[in-house]
Structure formats: C-alpha cells, structure tokens
Design a protein around this ligand. Structure first.
Ligand code: AQP
Length: 332
C-alpha cells in the first residue's frame, strides 16, 4: 500500500471547516487505501508563543477531533509529533541542506512573520517548513494530503529529498501533494477572497466545528454572497456563492450541477437556510463524539502511545539511514 502522511496543529482548539474539508476529510478516506500516518504537530505549534497548559489540552483535543472525524486507530497510525524525537533530529540535517534564501522565499513565513514583527518572529517560525520536510521524509510518504496553502512546503520537501538523494545516495521517497481541487481552499464566509483561517478570518467568517451549532447556523445564514440572485458555481464572479456550493456539495455528497439545478429560481436565502441545516447536522454529532473521547483521556492517551510506538519504528529506521549517509559515526 502506498503511504500517506499529514499533520495538523493543535493551536486553535477547535478545527475549522477549512481544516476539515481541505485536509482531515481526505485523511479519513485515505486510511482505507493507504498506509496512513497522521499526527498532531505540537512541535510546529510552538513556533508562535503558546501557553503550556493550553497546548497540552489542545493536543488531546486535536486527537479527539481526529477520532471524531473518523480516523480509526486500527486503520491508521495516529500520534503526537513530540512523542517521536526523530522529527527534530532529522529536521537538523534538513536545516543544514536548505539555503537561507530558499527558506526566505516561503510565503507562509513571510505572512506570519510580517504579522508578528521581524524581531518577534522566532527562528522556529522560519524553519517551520524544514521541520515539515523532516516530518514527511521520515515516513517515506508517497503522498501528503493537505490544503492548497501547503503546496509550496511540499515542493520544498521534494526539492530537499532530491538534493539529499543526489548528494548522499537514494534515501528518501520523493512525495507528491494530494490536494483535491474542489476543497483545496475553503474561503472565509465574510470575505470570500481570503481563505478561511484561524489567524486571518473574523469570527463571523470562520466556522469552528466545536462552536455552538446555533451560532454556526447563524454564520452560514449571514454569509456574504453578491447582489445577483442566481445560484451558480462561478468562482471568478460569484466567489461567496461558489464557496457555499462547495461546502454544501462536499458535506452532502450532492454534485454541484445537481445543486445548481435544484436551486434554480430559488434565492440565496433558501440555499443558506438549507446549508445551515446541513452544517448543524454535521457539527452536532461531531461535537458529541469529540466530547466522548475527551471524557476518556486514558483511552485517548493509550491510542496515542500505541501510535507513537508504530511511528517510531518507521521513523527510527529512516533516521538511522540518513545519519549514516551524511557521515555520522554510529553510536556503539
Ligand atoms: N481554508 C482552508 N481550506 C482548505 N484547507 C485548509 N487548511 C487550512 N485552512 C484551509 C488545511 O488544514 C490542514 C491543517 O492546517 P494547519 O495545521 O496549518 O492548521 P491551522 O494552522 O489551524 O490552519 P490555518 O487556519 O490555515 O492557520 P493559520 O491561520 O495560522 O494559517 C492543512 O493541510 C491546511 O492546508
């Protein structure tokens, strides 16, 4: 079976709809066909200032949400990044292989450091993509299911894998991004020109899956559309409506063309009311399942412990090969 690997940050508490539709939903599907490794990337989470107690709680919360979304520990390996020390170890090697200018071109770093201010942004934030390279290469992943915003980081991963292989001999699988066109980028409900994101979206534009379903319904009903009345998928001219159609279609499995047809002649109000209902039906059981996992932290921790053990077995083998190739003397 081909292998996939991906990760999600435990920073925000609740996952948002973009995280779910852009990434996590694909993770659930891929565990059926792939040897799947998924992790809560707590090392990445400290690239911005964090509260220790909150990080710990949010790490469990992220794992609980992944299970609630449908990850099955019998079908995939679910673990916490810091439980597998090989990530940080391989990241150092990758840091030494990356050009300073090359790392400076990462747009996510540029955006986030601009927000932080140059003196406040950490070196960790700068090397974030290189840690991500190590995450992926350690598992010899063939594919990496992510949203569009991660494409550049996967490109960097490919470049560094090829560079390492070229310089030291074939060691790493060169991975491909796995990005579904339809859900690659879910947009902010209030400003459909920007992606839905925990840092850039306003509360009204961001759907957090763990929020009160009533509040979520309200956000859907007040989503920004346009002054036209036709319900048609047209990203250029009707970005707000198109985003709602994407969300609706993905959550219900109804094709976009079919939705356009069934809403022919109906107004935006009807579409929003129905989508609000679809959303409530989705988030209500999701919240309940997440809570059930949180109520049983022992089971949750034991799932994560088993996951870390399985992950370490793979990661340790790759790391030891990479260490050998770069010329480190084996420890006796
Ligand atoms: N709007 C989105 N549409 C599609 N996919 C998205 N992803 C994030 N936003 C969208 C995908 O979610 C996965 C996890 O991303 P992350 O760990 O970077 O999560 P995050 O930091 O909470 O996501 P944000 O909101 O994007 O954070 P900020 O605001 O900090 O930039 C990834 O696969 C990502 O592509």
């Amino acid at each position: 079976r081909p292998r996939v690997l991906s990760g999600i940050q435990p920073t925000a508490g609740s996952f948002h709809l973009g995280n779910y539709l852009g990434a996590v939903r694909q993770w659930v599907a891929l565990q059926e066909s792939h040897d799947a490794f998924y992790m809560v990337v707590d090392l990445h989470a400290i690239t911005l200032p964090q509260d220790p107690a909150e990080l710990r709680a949010n790490t469990r919360l992220a794992a609980a949400q992944l299970l609630a979304a449908g990850l099955d520990p019998e079908r995939c390996t679910l673990f916490v990044q810091s439980h597998v020390p090989e990530h940080a170890q391989l990241a150092w090697v990758m840091n030494c292989l990356t050009g300073f200018g090359e790392a400076s071109r990462m747009t996510q770093f540029k955006d986030k450091s601009a927000k932080q201010g140059a003196d406040r942004a950490s070196v960790g934030l700068f090397t974030y993509p290189i840690l991500q390279v190590a995450d992926i290469l350690l598992y010899q992943a063939n594919e990496v299911p992510v949203g569009e915003d991660q494409r550049q980081h996967i490109e960097l991963t490919r470049d560094l894998a090829e560079r390492f292989n070229g310089r030291f001999g074939q060691t790493f699988t060169v991975p491909k991004p796995y990005i579904l066109r339809e859900t690659a980028k879910i947009y902010d409900l209030q400003d459909p020109s920007i992606k839905m994101s925990k840092s850039a979206s306003t509360p009204k534009g961001l759907i957090n899956l763990l929020d009160d379903p009533k509040a979520t319904a309200k956000k859907v009903k007040s989503a920004v559309t346009d002054t036209d009345t036709v319900i048609r998928y047209d990203v250029e001219n009707k970005p707000g409506v198109s985003n709602l159609l994407t969300i609706y279609s993905t959550l219900t499995g109804t094709g976009i063309a079919e939705l356009e047809q069934s809403y022919d002649g109906k107004g935006y109000g009807a579409l929003k009311t129905d989508l609000a209902e679809v959303m409530v039906e989705f988030v209500t059981p999701f919240r309940e399942r997440t809570q059930q996992y949180l109520d049983d932290p022992e089971t949750l921790d034991s799932i994560l412990a088993k996951g870390a053990e399985k992950a370490r077995a793979v990661a340790a083998e790759t790391l030891s090969q990479a260490y050998d190739r770069v010329g480190f003397l084996p420890a006796k």
